[in-house]
Design a protein around this ligand. Structure first.
Ligand code: ZN
Length: 511
């Protein structure tokens, strides 16, 4: 007789996932439409739902059921869905139960104070004011990593990485980032020395946000994002929340000038959204079949980011895309765009210029910002770099890798919010996303020889189906590295991203 443990385990997980989805809905509402006066009660609502979800995810009953299932041979056959599910449920359960409650509470409390202190310190460019908080957050992060424990042969930093990019180690990242950094430094220097000056005039038109919104929605629809199972709204910081089966929320922000900010924000979040919509949360006729199970979850932040970067950079910043989008933009956005050609748009959105702020960086220099943060946070966690020496180390790397002087800490080591609430090990996933995207893109183009032609006509269905078949539908069945190997036939390597950036720079700068 089939055991009832596995169905009970899945039911418990589904309940926890439903609570998480309620929590995400509360978050979404808070960022979009919630009236200001609702804030105090909203935080009570959120903390109640979070507690209920946490109780389920860490309940002893879940632990018992999991242990029963793990000893059931019919569920643990190699390569079976149930074995993959159980492997990932075990991972989540261990992560959720290995941290003492006191540490979780302290991190939350100190983190929210540190974040407030960071806001003030950043505005005043006052690193000394933030230093005690930075020190505390790294001490707490180290404690957290110790509770998780370093993997065999690995280092403490790996334990934190594992939260965001399961299975990868700092050593492996280093082996990919180091050659990439050397080659990128060289590319950026060659671009800087080039005599070609790129005009960005075509991006400097004033365009009404309402028209931008309509254009963004048309692009999303062409990408295949199902607007009957999702929405696009406006927030201060764009995000994508795949909060339930049939419900994926995207947000973007509009600037009157430089319409490509919102456009690429929308395509970026749209890429995340397509992944969420492609996960097997629904199971045919049955409502929300796999919802709540790891098989219906995104595999890692790096893979999630590969989906957003692919649509933003590999599709959105390509010539075929503009061949299709420019006539539409001339009609919907502004007749002033009629003065410009596809090659003008292509060059303007692909300029490469070292700059101080990560979130404003171009595709060519972005990864340098990430690599600097990876090196510094790893050193701080290991105790090789004292937090008090951060500004000096930061500025030296910006000079070294990007050739620029950092004028103050506001535009230097105080610019990102991450470390203030203990997000250590998160930064590398941004560049892993670009690397995965580049490697997938090369394989996709080999598999779909007509892709460029199709994109020029606004036809993205084959691309979306490829991603659905090779990435989306697997959920967490394979770890990111295995998924990459299966989808592209090769382990992750820096050469594909570099090739992609070299090819663009050759066209734009005549290198
Ligand atoms: Zn993203």
């Amino acid at each position: 007789m089939a055991s009832t443990h596995y169905p009970e385990l899945k039911a418990l997980l589904r309940e926890a996932a439903l609570m998480n989805s309620v929590s995400s809905l509360l978050d979404w509402d808070q960022e979009t439409y919630m009236p200001h006066a609702a804030a105090p009660m909203r935080s009570d609502q959120k903390s109640l739902v979070a507690t209920l979800a946490h109780e389920r995810r860490t309940s002893p009953r879940l632990g018992e059921l999991l242990a029963h299932c793990e000893s059931d041979k019919s569920l643990t056959k190699a390569d079976s869905e149930s074995a993959a599910n159980l492997r990932e449920i075990r991972r989540d359960y261990d992560l959720a139960t290995k941290l003492p409650k006191e540490l979780v509470a302290e991190m939350a409390k100190v983190g929210s104070q540190a974040q407030e202190a960071w806001k003030v310190a950043r505005a005043a460019s006052d690193f000394k004011a933030f230093l005690p908080w930075l020190t505390k957050m790294f001490d707490l992060s180290r404690k957290k990593a110790e509770c998780y424990g370093a993997p065999a042969g690995g280092e403490l930093y790996d334990a934190l990485l594992n939260e965001y990019e399961p299975g990868i180690t700092a050593k492996e990242i280093d082996a990919i980032f180091t050659p990439l950094r050397k080659d990128l430094t060289d590319l950026v220097a060659r671009v800087a020395a080039s005599k070609t000056k790129v005009s960005t005039k075509c991006l400097e038109l004033r365009i009404d946000p309402t028209q931008q919104h309509a254009f963004g929605q048309a692009v999303l629809a062409a990408m295949g994002f199902d607007l009957n199972a999702g929405r696009l709204d406006t927030t201060a910081h764009p995000f994508c929340s795949g909060l339930a089966a049939g419900d994926t929320r995207l947000t973007t922000r509009y600037r009157d000038e430089k319409f490509t900010d919102a456009l690429y924000g929308t395509m970026h979040e749209g890429g995340h959204g397509l992944y969420e919509q492609g996960l097997p949360k629904m199971d045919g006729e049955k409502d929300a079949g796999l919802f709540g199970q790891p098989l219906a979850d995104a595999v890692s932040l790096g893979i999630h980011e590969s989906q957003s970067r692919m649509w933003e950079n590999f599709v959105g910043r390509s010539k075929p895309f503009w061949k299709w989008a420019l006539p539409k933009a001339q009609k919907t956005l502004s007749p002033k765009l009629k003065k410009f050609e596809v090659k003008d748009l292509f060059a303007a959105v692909n300029t490469v210029k070292p700059s101080l702020i990560r979130v404003e960086a171009d595709e060519g220099t972005y990864n340098m910002h990430v690599m600097i943060r990876f090196e510094l946070e790893r050193a701080m966690l290991q105790g090789d770099l004292a937090p008090k020496d951060l500004p000096e180390a930061w500025n030296a790397r910006y000079k070294d890798y990007l050739g620029i002087d950092v004028p103050d800490d506001r535009r230097g080591c105080l610019q990102d919010v991450h470390w203030s609430f203990g997000l250590v090990g998160y930064f590398p996933t941004y560049t892993l996303g670009n690397l995965y995207a580049a490697q997938l893109w090369e394989k996709i183009n080999a598999d779909l020889p007509d892709l460029s032609k199709d994109m020029g006509k606004g036809k993205f269905i084959d691309l979306r189906e490829w991603l659905g078949t090779n990435i989306h539908r697997h959920g967490r069945r394979y770890r990111a590295s295995e998924l990459c190997q299966r989808a592209t036939g090769k382990p992750l390597s820096p050469t594909h991203l570099l090739q992609h950036l070299e090819t663009k720079a050759a066209v734009v700068y005549g290198l």
